[in-house]
Design a protein around this ligand. Structure first.
Ligand code: FE
Length: 241
């Protein structure tokens, strides 16, 4: 991961960067009777958008070990699963957000929703952090925190509480709703983009996000996220976007 340029995730890229090879592979191995069927090729691994920083860059608050597993195994698996489910279907060509919105609330598409939303949520989470981040923001966001919560201190209290009290797996989010900032929490893969809300920042509170570094001390992980990692410039960008 070293030497990667910090890049903003293009949602379109999720699909563009995910070579869909299962259909071609199937065509190659089901050609019984064909005289010159090509040998089966290994299914290519779909590609995630790169992390916006090297995997050791958030240490000691999030270790390289945690980030490597979280991105390379958890996030990658969600993408692999999603790609398997959409290969050969009309969804194959859709942008990620459209796949998520189309599958939301449909029991027969729960698997696709969960995996696609987790691909989106994790990319959003990587960008919600940066080395040397955290602390009180300046400018427009600071004014909006005051307007919506009564100040930065109050925001910290509300956001920490949401992240801490999300029972089981899920996420806490800072979102924009009708011109005001708001904190919400979501369970499992649920994501504010299906709720008419614009996400600005998120923290992953699934245990896999912090257990190697903090064991059961979720509160310490949340505190480190807010004080040392939170990427307010990403929130500003989302606000403007
Ligand atoms: Fe996660």
């Amino acid at each position: 991961m070293k030497g990667q340029k910090p890049t903003q995730p293009s949602r379109r890229k999720f699909i563009v960067q995910a070579p869909i090879g299962a259909a071609a592979l199937a065509a190659g191995i089901t050609g019984a009777g064909a005289t010159a069927a090509p040998p089966p090729q290994p299914t290519p691994t779909p590609t995630l958008p790169p992390l916006p920083y090297p995997p050791a860059a958030l240490a000691p608050y999030i270790s390289e070990n945690t980030l490597s597993f979280h991105y390379g195994k958890h996030h990658q698996t969600y993408l692999n699963n999603m790609v398997k489910m959409i290969t050969g279907t009309p969804s194959e060509k859709l942008p990620l957000e459209q796949i998520i919105r189309a599958a939301a609330g449909k029991p027969d598409q729960a698997g696709l929703f969960n995996n696609a939303a987790q691909v989106y949520n994790h990319t959003f989470f990587w960008n919600s952090m940066k080395p040397g981040g955290g602390g009180e923001p300046q400018g427009k966001i600071a004014a909006m925190l005051t307007d919506s919560f009564g100040g930065y201190g109050k925001f910290v209290e509300v956001f920490s509480n949401a992240a801490l009290t999300q029972f089981g797996s899920g996420w806490a989010w800072l979102v924009l709703e009708d011109g005001k900032l708001k904190v919400i929490k979501t369970s499992n893969a649920d994501t504010p983009i299906t709720m008419g809300l614009k996400p600005l920042i998120t923290i992953d509170v699934w245990e896999h996000a912090y257990y190697l570094d903090y064991q059961n001390r979720r509160a310490d992980y949340i505190k480190a996220f807010i004080e040392k990692l939170l990427n307010w410039s990403f929130a500003e960008k989302n606000l403007a976007g």
